[in-house]
Design a protein around this ligand. Structure first.
Ligand SMILES: NC(=O)c1ccc[n+]([C@@H]2O[C@H](COP(=O)([O-])OP(=O)(O)OC[C@H]3O[C@@H](n4cnc5c(N)ncnc54)[C@H](O)[C@@H]3O)[C@@H](O)[C@H]2O)c1
Ligand SMILES: O=C(O)CC[C@@H](O)C(=O)O
Length: 532
């Protein structure tokens, strides 16, 4: 059955064409995002949800979205999506991080000029037949200092435009390297210095716990008198009441506000202030940007729903359409390795190390780590996947480390999982042969070569004669067919293991009987998802 996607905000119709071209059924309901009740009642039918900013993807919506696999944001900010809730449910959230950057940067520059020269007010007055030449005295931007808070994609473009306008550009961004700052021609400074030196301040950070209310009465007090502030990022970066106060007092000479703490903003302290230029979240609203983001999100969502390729996901490592087929058997391998340890383990896990040897070290190991964690945690939480597993592992306080190394043995490449609990360290390694099927090649440091089947039995014993006969006899007694029987030991007479691939699951009576012989130390029935 073709995957189904709902477009619940006003995306360019290009998105619909692309979904259809990719064999996806699509319902285009551009105002549904505003109708929470109706959206809630239909969301369960869809595999994908394509949105802009009007649709709020809340935990409640996610709970009702029983088939949802991907949320695609045609734009950058994903603060209208409850990402932890989506991750817990294994739903990928993707955005289009570059499609509207230029457009938004241009809007910031447009607002900067509009504020500097009071263009909207002058326009209204002129249209009204007044000729108030003396009322509108502006300021030049040439030679002025532009302070950029958040110098990522959009902030960097604003910086280059500012430099083109002969402004002196300073930037505050803890993640901006000195090299990048130099390359852009901006001076990297601390926040207080930016506040003290800037004639214009423009905001370009995402909304996070650290950036929320970054502009408030205290930070405004540190600014130059007569500063002008532009916000094309998110409304909640500013304590709006504090800025309104400063605009009224003249401490802040003007503001260009594209985004509001509450949107749609129908009532705001900014409204009616003559020194404020407002636009209704138009930063991304150009034909070019809307085409870009619609096209990109529809391609990305289609690639994920039809080929398993992951691009620009917020909560999952990327997997390109080209690498998806090569990676697929190794994703399965990582999952079954995780599932092996997850099933034999009976204590809380403290640490997990995932070693990538040889060719596997050159693959997309972040995706493989996610797959191993999903396999590991699935025995406890059945509906976990590669998106939700890392979140769940983190929530449980488990330390995960990844090691890569050059080819070290006979295999072109293999993956080894080592899991530490309070009392034990367990390890298992596996590889994929050219048939694309996973094989276990080492358990507890003991070499073997075991095909992975849906039903398996793992036993440990002291290396003594008679174990094959013993297990074979009990299988025969329970009428359970053995597809494959693998043995291994660390040394003659030492620790030995057996891994049986069976045609069906063993009942508890079987395990009791095996243990009652006194020759088997432990016996664990295992189950693996071996579907392609
Ligand atoms: N008005 C609009 O229509 C519109 C359009 C596009 C994007 N946006 C908003 O603009 C924001 C920025 O977009 P972008 O593409 O430049 O994102 P980006 O991720 O490329 O850049 C954000 C920058 O902010 C920096 N940052 C993070 N925390 C910070 C902090 N505490 N202090 C200072 N800097 C910090 C990051 O290091 C990064 O360099 C988006 O998150 C979105 O909310 C608005
Ligand atoms: O969709 C829009 O119009 C706004 C998009 C913008 O806020 C973004 O974060 O990309």
């Amino acid at each position: 059955m073709a995957p189904r996607v709902l477009v619940s905000d006003a995306l360019s119709p290009t998105a619909v064409e692309i979904f259809r071209k990719n064999g996806i059924e699509v319902d285009y309901e551009p105002s549904l995002g505003k109708d929470k009740k109706k959206l809630l009642s239909v969301i369960g039918q869809y595999d994908g949800l394509a949105i802009r900013s009007a649709t709020k993807v809340t935990e409640k919506l996610i709970q009702a979205a029983t088939n949802l696999k991907v949320v695609g944001r045609a734009g950058i900010g994903v603060d209208n999506v409850d990402i932890p809730a989506a991750s817990r449910r294994g739903i990928i959230v993707m955005n289009t991080p570059f499609g509207n950057s230029i457009t938004t940067a241009e809007h910031a520059i447009a607002l900067l000029f509009a504020v500097a020269r009071q263009i909207p007010e002058a326009n209204a007055s002129t249209h009204a037949g007044k000729w108030e030449k003396n009322r509108f005295m502006g300021v030049e931007v040439t030679g002025k200092t532009l302070g950029i808070i958040g110098c990522g994609n959009i902030g960097s473009i604003v910086a280059t435009r500012g430099i083109g306008l002969k402004m002196k550009v300073v930037a505050y961004d803890p993640f901006l390297s000195e090299e990048r700052a130099e390359e852009l021609g901006v001076e990297k400074v601390e926040l207080d210095e930016l506040l003290a030196r800037s004639d214009f301040i423009t905001l370009h950070t995402p909304l996070t716990d650290k950036t929320r209310h970054i502009i408030n009465a205290q930070t405004i007090a540190k600014m130059k008198d007569g500063v002008r502030i532009i916000n094309c990022a998110r409304g909640e970066l500013i304590v709006e009441a504090d800025l309104v106060e400063a605009l009224k007092s003249g401490k802040v000479a003007g503001a260009g506000i594209d985004v509001f703490a509450e949107e749609p903003a129908t009532n705001s302290g900014f409204f009616g202030l003559p020194n404020v230029v407002c636009t209704p979240h138009l930063g991304a609203s150009t034909t070019e940007a809307q085409e870009n983001v619609a096209l990109q999100i529809a391609e990305q969502m289609s690639d994920y729903l039809t080929k398993g390729a992951v691009t620009n996901a917020i909560n999952m490592p990327s997997i390109t359409a080209e690498e998806a087929p090569r990676l697929k058997p190794f994703v399965k391998l990582a999952e079954v390795l995780g599932a092996f340890v997850g099933q034999i383990n009976d204590e809380p896990i403290e640490e997990i190390e995932i070693l990538f040897d040889g060719s596997t070290a050159t693959m997309n190991t972040r995706a493989l780590v996610s797959a191993a964690l999903a396999g590991l945690i699935r025995p406890q939480v059945s509906d976990v996947n590669m998106v939700s597993a890392p979140v769940m592992v983190k929530e449980r306080g488990i330390i995960v480390s990844e090691v890569k190394r050059d080819k070290s043995g006979v295999f072109d490449g293999y993956i080894k999982l080592t899991v530490k609990t309070k009392s034990k360290t367990r390890s298992i390694a596996g590889t994929c042969f050219s048939d694309g099927k996973p094989r276990f090649i080492q358990i507890k440091g003991i070499n073997l070569d075991a095909e992975v089947g849906e039903h398996m039995l793992y036993t440990t014993n002291a290396d003594t004669p008679g174990i094959i006969g013993l297990l074979g006899t009990i299988c025969a007694k329970h009428n359970i067919n053995i597809a494959n029987f693998q043995l291994g030991r660390d040394r003659p007479g030492g620790n030995a293991i057996a891994l049986l691939y069976l045609d069906e699951a063993v009942p508890q009576a079987f395990i009791d009987e095996v243990l009652a012989t006194g020759k088997i130390i432990s016996a664990k029935p295992l189950r693996f998802d071996v579907s392609a």
